[in-house]
Design a protein around this ligand. Structure first.
Ligand SMILES: [Zn+2]
Length: 361
């Protein structure tokens, strides 16, 4: 197949998706090694697409196929996701060439493919949540916890995010494709807010780990969703603030109406302090991803929980908003915000926070 023929097919595909024309879609696609043509069609037609474009990538044809740049925007998202797909061109007859999906070889997860290219989806929508769910991922379960989490967290942080997108892939292999990286052995996260696809800007979505998120109890799931709701409301994946500020604020909201729960999750930290441990304050960004992640989260929470002890929610919110203004402009640094809202220096904070925490051990 020539590049021109392939480009014609790619253009016809984009039109078929935009027009929701099943017959046209089926004429373009042959069986490949990846997702079946009918599942690909059903997925794309089920998505609330406001925009879908597909064009050949600038590079030459790879042997036996073509690389295609796809731009797709969901109707509740303000920016489009962009992906590059490696497609096969195939068979059919000379008079009727077709496109075919390719399964990414094991270990090659850097292609960042979209979920609709990897597995059959169920798309379910509630008032403020759209869930793209792989097999057995029970989307309604996530609507039921994320809707109230967005409402409660929205009141705490004083922000509104409109409608959010959750992606719940069926397997770790699909999840790795979505984030474009193998899941490292240290990774323990059950949910992750991040920009999806190539380039910038990209839509920020909530990705769920198929095993860990699925295995949670109801209270654990509710706490996780309150935490992630804060990241969605504050657009924290795009922020450049220290991680302890983002994670501490999210944890403060998570436990705002369950103070006992907050202290329970901090028990390992308190035990460490009681045994004479002196963890460095504040936790570094690196500590949130490694073996000491649980302690880093507990420390970050304790920092914000102490600020709540000093003054209430309006002050904590102002401390955060000064660093990450609602309008997306650059804010002031954490120690300047501390000074402005609480009237203390970093050294005074360390001393008083450590004494307060010590009383709890
Ligand atoms: Zn977080």
């Amino acid at each position: 197949m020539t590049r021109d023929q392939a480009a014609t097919l790619v253009a016809a595909w984009a039109t078929a998706v935009t027009d929701r024309d099943a017959a046209a879609h089926d004429r373009i696609w042959a069986d490949g090694t990846g997702i079946a043509p009918d599942a690909l069609r059903d997925n794309l037609f089920a998505l609330p697409l406001a925009e879908f474009a597909a064009t050949p990538a600038p590079e030459d044809l790879h042997p036996g196929g073509i690389d295609v740049d796809v731009t797709w925007r969901l109707d509740h998202e303000s920016v489009a996701a962009r992906h590059r797909l490696r497609l096969a061109t195939t068979a059919g007859t000379a008079a009727e060439p077709k496109l075919a999906t390719l399964r990414t070889p094991p270990g090659e997860v850097d292609l960042l493919t979209p979920q609709w290219y990897e597995e059959r989806l169920t798309v379910e929508r509630s008032d403020h949540v759209v869930v793209l769910a792989g097999r057995d991922q029970a989307p309604t379960r996530w609507h039921a916890v994320l809707e109230p989490a967005l409402a409660v967290a929205g009141m705490r942080v004083g922000r509104d995010v409109g409608t959010v997108t959750v992606q719940a892939p069926a397997t770790e292999a699909v999840l790795a494709q979505l984030i474009g990286a193998e899941l490292g052995p240290d990774a323990t996260w059950a949910a992750l807010c991040r920009p999806v696809g190539r380039g910038s800007p990209a839509p920020v979505r909530l990705l769920l780990h198929p095993v860990r998120a699925g295995a949670m109890t109801d209270p654990e799931r509710a706490a996780l969703m309150r935490h992630e709701a804060v990241h969605l409301l504050t657009d924290s994946p795009r922020s450049s603030l220290p991680l302890w500020v983002e994670e501490g604020y999210a944890e403060a909201v998570t436990w705002a109406d369950d103070d006992a729960g907050g202290w329970r999750q901090a028990e390992p930290l308190l035990a460490e302090l009681a045994a004479g441990g002196q963890p460095a304050w504040p936790p570094t960004d690196g500590e949130f991803g490694g073996a000491a992640a649980a302690r880093a989260y507990a420390l970050a929470w304790s920092g914000c929980r102490w600020l709540l002890e000093v003054a209430g929610w309006p002050e904590l919110r102002r401390w955060y908003d000064l660093q990450a203004p609602v309008d997306g402009t650059a804010g002031i640094d954490e120690i300047a915000a501390l000074q402005q809202v609480y009237g203390i220096t970093d050294a005074q904070r360390r001393e008083r926070w450590a004494a307060w925490l010590g009383e709890r051990t």
